[in-house]
Write a protein that binds this ligand. Structure first.
Ligand code: NAD
Length: 685
């Protein structure tokens, strides 16, 4: 036990080293010896100063999340921080790697923080639906001011060592041997003689806070919270730090934390956190991975360009292949423009832009792909074109190269069969814009080799993607469920709902936008073209397209967009068109509850079918897809988790009702959903 924390005193400076691999989480078996060590050092005259440091690759990267939801064993973090603040000799946190969450809160209990120049510091609790519950909301504002603290705590995004120094969070930034310099810093402080004022007693940065400006900033953030409680609780806690005495603000922080940690939203967000880690695991942990150095991309359109950027951002050299010089130059110019936008926004340096562009090579001849280890096809969504591309790839790609398709819907088995090496073929379904969106569906075809799948899953992590392995079916997990979600959209309109009513039911639920707004954003012509190719119709959407109403890009779609604005305005013309098409249907009032039942219940039901068919390995994988690729509100944990909150028995019952009403297959409750209603567990039968 005590091996997690060791103490060495040298020339009057005690160094307390925490060693709890991999990330020095603040588990009980760290907290207990740490508390004991600090208690002893407080009263030990041999120690004139105390440095807290960590072994391994990082400072404390957070609480031990496996302890969440369980009774916390004493001493908890708050007790350690309180103990630190009773120590009269100088205490110094020496931070390398990341100081996150409870790690940073512990450091805030010290008089000083010194950091390695590569360190990052942050309070990411909000991302788990929580607030920093170890005094972070009350102490951080005392060092960096209320406005900066609010931004850090509500975003949860860590800041760099330089930014932390400028903000007042850290006292020194060191290059080289951190511990040696921290010890020297500690000796100097001890020699200086103090007094050493704990953070809790420093009020100078708070004294001048402009409360009205703070409230305005908090109100702005509240608007973006879209129904999430944690960001609001974070803002409330920081406000308390300004307006209440320290101990009262600390107690209020505790109350807010306790409320959040037992609530559904935080449960949902913690579920997603673990679900992402679980989804990253594909069978074959011990399989030798293939070496991927150069990546080839075929097609430099919307997706190809974005995918190429995602790899260049991850440091991979990329070869882009197009049908002709002009299309190639257009693609490369778009990539350059996207990087230029990042530079103008300040999120990328000029030098980084130059470096990334230096990773690109263009070509129009398939032999240009001969030295690529992974080749991703992103050409038109047309089976004949894809087969031709894979046939030509087969002729030039080196043996063992992984051949991937970015198809949205097409059968990856059929594509694989157009090569002589189906074991090397799989789907890599990126989402638009591919350099931004985190989700990657990795499509495992019947003959895909396990090592190819495992290689791509690892690679996804290296380029910052959240990967989920899925099986072959029309639209895979995400787009297949999206079709189920949208199957009733037109029926709802014909029966009396308006596009704005449907969209409002979605945004009230917590989606960033509703299906009609999303259609306008993506372009209604895409679905129209797909329907025509598949011999399908959508009576209202088709008519809108025939009228040239393609959505935002033409200024009119389901809504009107005035003067190039992105703000949708309800259009009486569309409402008249809907009524004209609804021959023989008397319009009735349709409430939000019915909209949810007819859109989101089929979404869950389709997820259950996907589980039954083994297209997804776990219900939580489906949640990861929907939270990362389609904007499912994270506070509800994804469709399969939400089904539990909503009540599976209710969903089965209401689906049954709508099935009887309409006879439509999307409403027929799936056996796996019925089972979930009985057992509370998602499992294939
Ligand atoms: P796009 O029309 O923007 O780009 C396709 C590009 O491929 C064009 O630049 C075209 O010149 C090039 N191309 C066509 N045939 C080629 C060939 N034989 N060799 C080399 N280049 C060729 O299309 P997109 O939106 O980028 O879609 C590409 C693929 O990605 C499709 O399969 C699509 O279903 C899929 N996808 C699209 C999205 C999306 O939101 N747009 C999302 C996920 C997946």
């Amino acid at each position: 036990m005590s091996s997690s924390v060791s103490v060495a005193i040298e020339k009057g400076v005690a160094v307390v080293t925490i060693d709890n691999p991999p990330v020095n989480a603040l588990s009980f078996h760290v907290r207990k010896p740490l508390y004991e060590a600090l208690t002893a050092l407080r009263d030990d005259p041999a120690a004139k100063a105390i440095v807290i440091a960590c072994a391994g690759r990082t400072f404390i990267a957070g609480a031990d999340i496996t302890e969440f939801g369980k009774p916390i064993e004493q001493p908890e973090l708050r007790a350690i921080v309180a103990l630190l603040e009773t120590i009269a000799k100088p205490t110094i946190a020496a931070i390398h790697g990341t100081a996150l969450g409870g790690g940073l809160e512990l450091a805030l209990g010290c008089h000083f923080r010194v950091v390695d120049q590569g360190a990052k510091l942050g309070l990411p609790e909000v991302k788990l639906g929580l607030l920093p519950g170890g005094g972070g909301t009350v102490r951080l504002p005392r060092l960096v001011g209320a406005a900066k603290a609010l931004g850090m705590i509500v975003s949860g995004t860590p800041i760099s060592a330089g930014e932390a120094k400028a903000a007042g969070l850290v006292d020194a930034v060191f290059d080289g041997d951190l511990l040696a310099q921290a010890v020297r810093f500690a000796s100097e402080m001890a020699a200086g003689g103090g007094p050493f004022v704990p953070v809790r007693d420093r009020n100078d940065r708070l004294a001048g806070t402009d409360l009205a400006a703070f409230d305005a900033q908090a109100a702005e953030l509240a608007k973006k919270a879209r129904g999430l409680e944690a960001p609001l609780a974070c803002a409330e806690a920081v406000r308390n730090a300004i307006t209440l005495p320290f101990d009262e603000a600390l107690a209020a922080e505790r109350q807010l934390f306790v409320k959040l940690v037992s609530g559904d939203q935080s449960r949902a967000q913690r579920h997603l956190f673990f679900a992402e880690r679980e989804a990253a695991k594909v069978p074959g942990k011990d399989l030798q991975r293939r070496v991927i150095e150069r990546v080839g991309i075929i097609g430099a359109g919307t997706m190809g360009g974005g995918i190429a950027m995602a790899f260049a951002n991850g440091g991979f050299p990329v070869t882009l292949l197009e049908t002709g010089e002009e299309a190639l130059q257009r693609g490369l110019a778009m990539i350059e423009k996207n990087y230029a936008v990042s530079v103008s926004r300040g999120s990328l340096t000029d030098e980084a832009k130059r470096q990334r562009l230096g990773l690109f090579k263009g070509g129009t001849d398939y032999t240009d792909l001969a030295d690529c280890d992974l080749i991703i096809e992103a050409v038109f969504e047309d089976m004949a074109v894809k087969k031709e591309v894979f046939g030509r790839l087969d002729a030039v790609a080196r043996p063992g190269a992984i051949l991937a398709t970015n198809t949205s819907y097409l059968d990856v088995n059929e594509i694989a069969a157009s090569t002589s090496r189906p074991q090397d073929v799989l789907g890599m379904h990126f989402f638009s814009p591919a350099n931004v969106m985190k989700l990657l569906e990795i499509v495992r075809a019947d003959k895909t080799a396990p090592d190819a799948l495992a290689t791509v899953a690892d690679l996804a992590r290296r380029i910052g993607k959240v990967a989920v392995a899925v099986g072959v079916c029309h639209g895979f997990v995400g787009n297949r469920m999206l079709s189920a979600r949208g199957a009733e959209n037109e029926a709802l309109l014909l029966e009396g709902a308006t596009p704005s009513q449907v969209d409002k039911a979605f945004t009230d639920f917590g989606w960033p936008m509703g299906p009609f707004q999303m259609g306008d954003l993506a372009g209604l012509d895409i679905g129209w073209r797909n329907r025509k190719a598949r011999g399908q119709t959508a009576v209202i959407a088709d008519t809108l397209c025939e009228q040239g109403r393609f959505g935002q890009k033409t200024g009119r779609g389901w809504y009107r967009y005035e003067g190039g604005s992105r703000e949708p305005v309800a259009d009486p013309e569309v409402e008249a068109l809907i009524r004209a098409k609804a021959t023989g249907i008397a319009p009735r009032a349709i409430d939000a509850e019915e909209i949810i039942e007819r859109t989101l219940y089929p979404l869950v039901n389709e997820g259950a079918k996907i589980l039954e068919e083994g297209i997804a390995a776990r219900a939580s994988d489906i949640d990861v897809v929907w939270a990362n690729g389609y904007g499912f509100p994270v506070g509800k944990g994804g469709p399969m988790f939400w089904a539990g909150l909503e009540g599976a028995a209710r969903i089965v019952e209401r689906l049954g009702y709508w099935h009887r009403q309409t006879g439509r297959a999307i409403f027929e409750p799936a056996p796996v959903l019925r089972r979930f209603a009985e057992t509370g567990r998602w499992e294939a039968l």
